[in-house]
Each structure stands twice: as structure tokens, then as C-alpha cells.
Design a protein. Structure first.
Length: 455
């Protein structure tokens, strides 16, 4: 780390002589974006819309977009992913646009990346690399950093060869059966193998850490199950307003920004409804189309929070032009995670942006998107519809409880209070020694209540 004071690096500082030193923060890099639209591909995303989303990702990564293009293809070309003619067209734009790097909207193979960099004479990145970079910037907890680092290393490992092209070029010179300059070919190969071994070792270490995280979370979940408190998980496309909804229901404490992946680490808060029912509300990482496989695998320990939930809130930005495609992406990701049987409630967010639209029109919009008819429309930002949402959550959680009539002695008033908080009490009848309670209660609390009744 540099010994230069941070005030000088990131701002201005007043010296002893009163001279102001101005920070020289590096300018943002300039990127040219490249997309594709595969004919026959079942993806619902038009190339233009997918590129627009990539531009938002690139901006989140502190990079400026100076131009973009896309090509319709029957299938990707093995050499460049796109056609050679399009590659040379992009190369011809470099002098005019002065871009520093080219970013593809699709994941490239190591060979395609190498070929593109050699032809374009500039760095080439893909969508996966940008998403991993954003996740690395936004990971705050140790768990989040471990999961991101693991995903990055898994993405890096097959691409290590191009880090040593300067040695490979030197080794490729000269004739003879040795096939390279004596003294260069060996060290180049050796260094590459050392790097691969180090990365593989680090991946193994991180995977062990992930196993520990999984075990710790399982212990936490088992302890939570025994308390009988139910869990509601918020899922949705990135920037749909999930963190804002969590703040609206549980009180502000979570960073909420109008940027992609503004929050990354999952946050769980306890919510108490106006009726007194308590449940845990968990905000999870946002989904996005073409989500890197490495991230899905690395974040499985975190995403298991969704699988363990009693209810899923699918938050959708109803005002987004690609709301249909975003819905499909979320549902497909849940299917990929094996989470299809958990009850789900659709929350149409940002209705404050729908000027002059009535309930019937909102219902029509939801029907056009193929959404369930029992959605709840809210504005998490303005607090509209939050009470109605809380009531719907109560109703859906209540359906999963067990109907029970039990006698509780007065000395176990704590269990009556727990019943009120975790379940639903429909009647209470008091006598000289205790109270007869009727209602519904989470199954996990049945042994505790029955034990007090029989004692």
C-alpha cells in the first residue's frame, strides 16, 4: 500500500504552507460494447435491450461506454465468437472512438479472448468478468468476499495461459526440433504451471471455507427452526427494489441505490406485523440474465436461504420495459436452484411511477406478463401498499401452520406470548389454573406446546 496519505489520493489536503494539492484520480476507462443475437435462440432478450443492460453494468464498474454494436448469428464463430468482418469493423473504430477495452455481452472462451486481443490490439473482457468485478466491489462481509473470490478464481483458471503470452511469443521463435529459444521455453511453461497450481490450491482452500459456511448456516437454520419463527425470502431481478422493500417493512438500515447490484451480501431482519405476528425477512442477491455459472455455484450457501424459506416474495419492477424477460429470468434461476415448490407471492413494485393507472390496468399488465392474479402492488419507496403486503404475508404463512387447541397453565405465560408472536391465536378461555388457547401455530412449536400441556 502506498505511503501517500489517503487525503491526497482521494481528495485535497491543506499543507503547512497553505498550498492545496489536488487529487489526480485516474480517468474512467472507455469501453466499446459488442452483443449478439443468435437466430433460433430461445432467449427472450433482444440484443439491443441486453446491450443496454450491459451498459448499466459497465457504468457500475466505473467504465464509460463510447460505442456499441451487435451482430445476428446462426451460431458463434469459434475464432472470435462474432464474424471476422465485424471484428475488423470494430478495430477500424478504435482511432475514432479511442476506446481502452472491448466488452462482449456473452461469455468468451479463453481462445476467443486471446484471438480478439491479438486482432483488436486492446484488452477484451466479457459480461462474466464485469459481473464478477462488480460483485468483488460490493462484497462487504467475509462470507461474501470468499464467495466472490472463489467465483473469480474458477473463471480465471482456464484463462491463465493468456497471462503469459509474452513468454510464449518469445519461446515460439527460432527453428529446429526444439521449437523455441533455448532457456525461454522451459521457464515460461514452468511459471504457467506454478500459477495454475497456486490457483487450484487457492480454489480448494476457498471451497473448504464455503463448506464451513454451509455448515454454520445449517446450524443457524436448525436453531431458527426450533424457535418456530417463519422465514420470508425476497428474490427478484437486480434493481427491482428488494432492499428498499426490506427497509420499508423492517425499518431503514440496508443500503438501497438505483444501481445494479448495489447490495450483495444477504441481510435478514425480524419483522413484526401490526397484528403482532413475527417473521424473518431475508434480502438476497439480485438475479440477472446470463448469471455466471461460477457465481451460482459459489453463492449456493447463501442462496440456500431461499430454499429454506417458508414463503418467497418475488419483487418485480412493473414499470421496466423488460419486466416480462426479467420475470422469466428470475423464475428460471429459481428452477436452476431447485426451488419450485415453495409458496410464492408476487410483489409489483414502483407503482408510484405509473401515473394515472388504476387497479384494473395494473391487473391487466400483470396478466399480460403471465403473473398470478393474487399479486400485491406496492411502492416500496413511498411506502404504498406495505400494510396490505404484511397482511398477505400473514395469511400465506398462516396456511402453513397447524390448527391446535391446547391448555396452557398460567406459569407458562411465555408460551402463550410465543404463540401470539409466531402463530395465530383465534380464542382464549381462562379458568382458575390456566388458559385454553385455539389457533394455528408453526409445526416446529408443537412439541414445545404439547410438552407444557402434558406437564
Amino acid at each position: 500500500m502506498s505511503d501517500i496519505p489517503q487525503e491526497v489520493l482521494y481528495g485535497t489536503v491543506q499543507t503547512a504552507r497553505g498550498t492545496k494539492l489536488h487529487a489526480t484520480k485516474p480517468p474512467r476507462e472507455k469501453a466499446f460494447l459488442v452483443g449478439s443475437e443468435l437466430t433460433g435462440d430461445r432467449s427472450p432478450w433482444p440484443a439491443e435491450d441486453s446491450l443496454a443492460e450491459l451498459a448499466l453494468l459497465v457504468d457500475t464498474a466505473d467504465i464509460d461506454v463510447v460505442g456499441q454494436t451487435f451482430q445476428r448469428l446462426k451460431h458463434p464463430f469459434s475464432q472470435y465468437f462474432i464474424g471476422p468482418g465485424k471484428v475488423h469493423e470494430i478495430a477500424a473504430l478504435k482511432e475514432t472512438l479511442q476506446y481502452d477495452l472491448v466488452i462482449f455481452d456473452d461469455e468468451l472462451t479463453p481462445g476467443q479472448t486471446r484471438n480478439l486481443e491479438e486482432t483488436l490490439k486492446t484488452r477484451v473482457l466479457d459480461r462474466t468478468t464485469i459481473i464478477l468485478d462488480i460483485f468483488a466491489r460490493h462484497a462487504r462481509t467475509r462470507e461474501g468476499r470468499i464467495q466472490v473470490e472463489l467465483a473469480q478464481y474458477k473463471h480465471l483458471l482456464p484463462r491463465l495461459r493468456r497471462q503469459w503470452t509474452h513468454l510464449e511469443r518469445q519461446a515460439g521463435g527460432g527453428g529446429g526440433s526444439a521449437g523455441g529459444v533455448v532457456g525461454l521455453r522451459g521457464p515460461g511453461e514452468t511459471q504457467l504451471e506454478v500459477d495454475r497450481r497456486l490457483v487450484s490450491k487457492r480454489i480448494a482452500q476457498l471451497e473448504e471455507h464455503i463448506k464451513d459456511i454451509h455448515a454454520q448456516r445449517e446450524v443457524y437454520r436448525e436453531r431458527r427452526r426450533r424457535t418456530g419463527i417463519q422465514v420470508v425470502a425476497i428474490v427478484g431481478y437486480t434493481n427491482a427494489g428488494k432492499s428498499t422493500l426490506l427497509n420499508a417493512m423492517a425499518g431503514p438500515s440496508v443500503r438501497a441505490e438505483d444501481r445494479l447490484f448495489a447490495t450483495l451480501d444477504p441481510t435478514t431482519r425480524q419483522v413484526t406485523t401490526p397484528r403482532g405476528t413475527q417473521f424473518l425477512l431475508t434480502d438476497t442477491v439480485g438475479f440477472i440474465q446470463k448469471l455466471p455459472t461460477e457465481l451460482v455455484v459459489s453463492f449456493r450457501a447463501t442462496l440456500e436461504e431461499i430454499a429454506d424459506a417458508d414463503l418467497i416474495l418475488h419483487v418485480l419492477d412493473i414499470t421496466h420495459k423488460n419486466a416480462d424477460q426479467q420475470t422469466q429470468t428470475v423464475l428460471e434461476t429459481l428452477k436452476q436452484l431447485g426451488i419450485e415448490q415453495t409458496p410464492m407471492l408476487t410483489v409489483l413494485n414502483k407503482i408510484d411511477k405509473l401515473q394515472g393507472v388504476d387497479q384494473a390496468e395494473v391487473s391487466g399488465m400483470a396478466e399480460a406478463l403471465g403473473l398470478p392474479s393474487d399479486f400485491v402492488a406496492v411502492s416500496a419507496q413511498q411506502g404504498w401498499g406495505i400494510d396490505q403486503l404484511a397482511r398477505r404475508i400473514e395469511q400465506m404463512l398462516e396456511r402453513q401452520m397447524t390448527t391446535l387447541r391446547a391448555y396452557l397453565p398460567y406459569r407458562r405465560a411465555d408460551l402463550l406470548q410465543l404463540w401470539r408472536q409466531r402463530g395465530v391465536v383465534t380464542s382464549e378461555e381462562y379458568d382458575g389454573d390456566g388458559v385454553v388457547v385455539e389457533g394455528r401455530i408453526p409445526e416446529e412449536l408443537l412439541p414445545l406446546i404439547r410438552g407444557a400441556t402434558s406437564s
